[in-house]
Unconditional design. Structure first.
Length: 384
């Protein structure tokens, strides 16, 4: 079972200093500043998460969105958590929890979410990661099944969080607006992942960058949920130690990186995507945030309040030039069948231009930490 479940009965007079070290108390192996690798679907595997954990960060395994009985995604999750245990040297200690390891789930597959407690929870209990990351519940499903009276309906975010808490897990919830953060905290989330629109991959279609999002979110939580132990971590647009320091300065207590870890040695990233990430510069110009990426991929699980940021490619350029979707999609499929990756969607954030080398995930974590510490020293000199 997980070791560190965040209780909700601490005294209100707990000091701000203690609150700033909450991630360290929940995840004792972490080192400050706390670096978190994002649960990127088809990229973030058990080995990557383990190496991040070993280096003093929090590593997340991406579990996907299909929680139906017999789902291949759940079979893969179990295998990846076994690999994480192997990488951490815990294969012969099955009852020992996985330190600073979490699992990320997408909640938009409406027919899957009612199965979460029955199919996912047993896997989590068996393998004992320490945290669960939830994202992107379908607002229509939530509206239809949530109630302020009585127990939460099966499959709602609140019901899932309650079940995870009962089993002892720390719950991260990824949001992109203050409104969504308010609901996530009300539903019981322990850690709010404040995702700004500079992030790669899926996110809210209408949002803001972390410069304004993190402080407003922090203020709202402190004002409206006084006494609750809620941590805010920042995600989106960070790829080096300078970004880490900036996020901490905004009020975050940990920093999530995705794009930087796409090219980690252990990541399950195809070579053509690694090459594209390393060669892409000027991320504000050469990445695009759009629902078009899911349309061209024929992905149907995302509600229209979400979109995603990816490297600008041939398919999007044709779309922007006015090529009819049917013709564009035909070219997309023909390219894929011939092994031409030029029209493939590669998710990446605006910080992609800062990603210039591949290295082990543990080295990335240590490098980010040292860069951040050096930057903090320089800031102290400037402020003296």
């Amino acid at each position: 079972m997980p070791l560190h479940f965040p209780g909700h009965s601490k005294k209100k007079e707990e000091s701000a200093q203690t609150a700033l070290t909450k991630l360290n108390s929940w995840f004792p192996t972490t080192k400050n500043p706390v670096i978190i690798s994002a649960p990127m679907y088809l990229i973030a595997n058990g080995t990557l998460a383990a190496e991040v954990s070993k280096a003093g960060g929090i590593g997340f395994v991406a579990a996907g969105f299909d929680f139906r009985p017999g789902s291949s995604q759940l079979t893969t999750l179990s295998s990846e958590l076994s690999l994480a245990r192997q990488a951490l040297g815990l294969s012969d200690r099955p009852l020992t929890p996985l330190p600073a390891i979490g699992v990320g789930f997408i909640l938009t597959h409406t027919i899957s979410v009612p199965h979460f407690v029955d199919t996912v929870l047993p896997i989590l209990i068996e393998h004992s990661p320490q945290a669960v990351w939830l994202f992107a519940n379908d607002p229509d499903f939530e509206a239809a099944h949530s109630s302020d009276e009585g127990p939460a309906a099966k499959g709602t975010a609140k019901q899932i969080i309650e079940a995870l808490h009962a089993a002892g897990f720390v719950v991260f919830f990824q949001v992109g607006t203050v409104k969504d953060a308010r609901k996530a905290v009300a539903d019981g989330a322990d850690v709010i992942v404040a995702q700004g629109i500079d992030a790669g991959g899926h996110q809210v279609a209408k949002g803001s960058g972390i410069v304004s999002l993190v402080p407003e979110m922090r203020d709202m939580i402190d004002r409206e949920f006084a006494g609750r132990e809620v941590v805010v971590v920042a995600a989106g647009g960070v790829a080096d130690g300078r970004g880490v320091v900036g996020a901490l300065g905004l009020g975050a207590e940990g920093v999530v990186l995705g794009t930087r870890f796409i090219v980690a040695t252990e990541a399950a990233t195809p070579e053509f995507r690694r090459k594209l990430i390393l060669e892409t510069n000027d991320g504000g110009l050469n990445t695009v945030k759009s629902q078009f990426h899911d349309q061209i991929n024929s992905t149907t699980i995302w509600h229209n309040v979400y979109d995603g940021r990816a490297v600008r490619g041939a398919s999007y350029d044709d779309h922007a030039a006015g090529l009819p979707f049917e013709e564009n999609h035909k070219k997309f499929k023909e390219a894929a069948s011939s092994g031409d990756n030029s029209r493939t969607v590669t998710w990446a954030g605006t910080a992609v231009g800062l990603v210039k080398d591949q290295k082990p995930a543990g080295d990335i974590v240590r490098e980010l930490r040292e860069q951040a510490k050096e930057r903090i020293k320089k800031i102290q000199v400037f402020a003296a």
